[in-house]
Design a protein. Structure first.
Length: 159
């Protein structure tokens, strides 16, 4: 895949006109990551979505929360923990399919690049991978629950 300057400008313009907060695109000889409006006040672990997986049978997503509804407030955060946040709006799943074991449990040791959950958005299953190695100390979202962009999903103690 080739991407020339005009196509790049068009892509940036389209991104600016949409509500997309993050876009990652890879070609044979390039990798493009565009992000905007990320809160700078708190440390975040940015998760990289793997290419869309084959659709997995899953319950229909619940209606999205109204914009005025804020994500649940987090308890006091310890400085030694990193927050894994949702890179998009979607439905959180702990396993690849109903009845399958969860990707991670409390106390699980994870390594960078390891799948930790799935976010379903518009019937596409996006596998999220850990950006850091460490231990999962909190899982803050129930399986099958809708999540907002930037909502804390898990807390990890880096190794």
């Amino acid at each position: 895949m080739q991407l020339d300057h005009d196509q790049l400008r068009q892509l940036i313009t389209l991104l600016g006109e949409s509500d997309i907060q993050e876009l990652k695109l890879e070609g044979d000889d390039f990798r493009l990551e565009l992000r905007r409006n990320l809160p700078a006040s708190q440390p975040q672990v940015v998760m990289q979505a793997a290419p869309a997986q084959a659709m997995v049978a899953a319950p229909a997503a619940a209606p999205a929360a109204t914009p005025s509804a804020a994500p649940p407030a987090a308890a006091a955060v310890r400085g030694d923990l990193l927050e894994v946040t949702a890179p998009m709006v979607g439905t959180f799943y702990r396993a690849s399919a109903p009845g399958e074991p969860a990707f991670v449990e409390l106390g699980s040791r994870i390594s960078a690049g390891q799948p930790i959950c799935i976010l379903e958005a518009m019937k596409l299953m996006n596998e999220l991978e850990a950006e850091v190695s460490g231990e999962v100390v909190e899982i803050l979202v129930e399986n099958g629950t809708p999540v907002e962009f930037g909502q804390v999903l898990m807390r990890v103690r880096p190794a």
